[in-house]
Design a protein around this ligand. Structure first.
Ligand code: F6P
Length: 321
């Protein structure tokens, strides 16, 4: 049996440990692993290699993806998907493991509908915004990068009695910003999922400044586009000199944390076992929900929008009013 792996969309820490485990575990299970480079673009162009142990030696600690990634526009086109299918056929590959986000899963679902190539998707995105799973590979490392950066910015802010607005990635999902705000002790959290009341926050923060507060940390998701407005509000209304820090792609890099490495290992073992055991073709996603691994259909994953749990949202109650 031949199984190929690819990484697609935004890279994240944890992809390399997953790729390494995939190769090692396929050999353990008597399957031939293949590596597809450059994501879905590579699937179209046929940059596919029969894997050897040496291809993945010494990568467990590296961020990013050794297989490289892409956001393929060509894959929307049937002709290119057909070319991709022919590439797999010529190598005798009929099963795929794909690490990516919801956009990549939708692309693979289309591929499955066209040609019936079985796949297991492993949710991998720092945005942590895939319906059906509580955790996506890479989010723990991204949160730790944000924690490190926010702690550092707080040091300098406190030295100058300044405010700082920290903008996180996450597109329109507030998960990264919310968890960062809670774990970094922010005073303000602005995400699409929570209503906020700047007037009451202003009264509260002014009082705290009068009582000796030395800094204010505000964490905001990029998708709200409120970073500049928050700086202005802190300076003009709250009355504290403020700087903005847009964390950007630093959040996507860095050595994978222990948790992301462990989860990568477990996701891959479940995915490979399933592909080896399955009796008929299927398009599935392995998720981690309510502290359990389980498989859900790609249609179910694509059917709904991810929502942050209420219990988590409630932790930011004091940062929005
Ligand atoms: O989806 C992951 C992500 O890092 C988002 O948080 C961010 O908005 C986007 O990708 C950035 O994409 P690119 O690397 O293409 O600029």
């Amino acid at each position: 049996m031949s199984i190929a792996i690819l990484t697609s969309g935004g890279d994240c820490a944890g992809m390399n440990p997953a790729i390494k485990k995939f190769v090692d575990y396929c050999f353990d299970r008597g399957a031939q692993p293949y590596l597809i480079y450059d994501g879905l673009e590579g699937l179209i162009d046929g940059t596919i290699k029969k894997a050897k142990h040496s291809d993945v030696a010494g990568i467990i600690h590296e961020g990013g993806t050794r297989l490289r990634s892409s956001r393929s526009k060509r894959f929307f086109d049937y002709e290119y998907r057909k070319r991709a299918y022919e590439n797999l056929q010529s190598l005798g590959i009929d099963k795929l493991v794909i690490l990516g986000g919801d956009g990549s899963f939708r692309a693979l679902k289309q591929f499955y509908d066209d040609f019936g190539v079985s796949f297991v998707g492993i949710p991998s995105t720092i945005d942590n915004d895939i319906f059906g799973t509580d955790y996506c590979l890479g989010v723990d490392t991204a949160l730790n990068m944000i924690r490190w950066a926010t702690d550092a910015v707080r040091d300098t802010s406190a030295s100058f009695k300044r405010g700082c607005v920290i903008e996180t990635m996450g597109r329109n999902c507030g998960y990264l910003a919310l968890v960062s705000a809670v774990t970094c002790g922010a005073e303000v959290c602005v995400i699409p999922e929570l209503e906020y009341d700047l007037q009451s926050l202003c009264v509260k923060l002014r009082k705290q400044l009068d009582e000796g507060r030395k800094y204010i940390v505000a964490v905001v998701t990029e998708g709200t586009k409120k970073t500049d407005a928050l700086v202005k509000w802190l300076e003009d209304e709250v009355g504290i000199e403020t700087r903005a820090t847009i964390l950007g792609h630093i959040q996507r890099g860095g050595n994978p944390t222990v948790y992301d490495r462990l989860m990568a290992t477990e996701f891959v073992i479940h995915a490979v076992d399933r592909l080896i055991q399955q009796k008929s073709n299927d398009g599935l996603v392995i998720v981690y929900a309510d502290a359990k691994f389980k498989f859900i259909s790609i249609d179910y994953v694509n059917s709904r929008k991810f929502e942050i749990k209420e219990e988590l949202l409630s932790l930011a109650a004091k940062m929005v009013k």
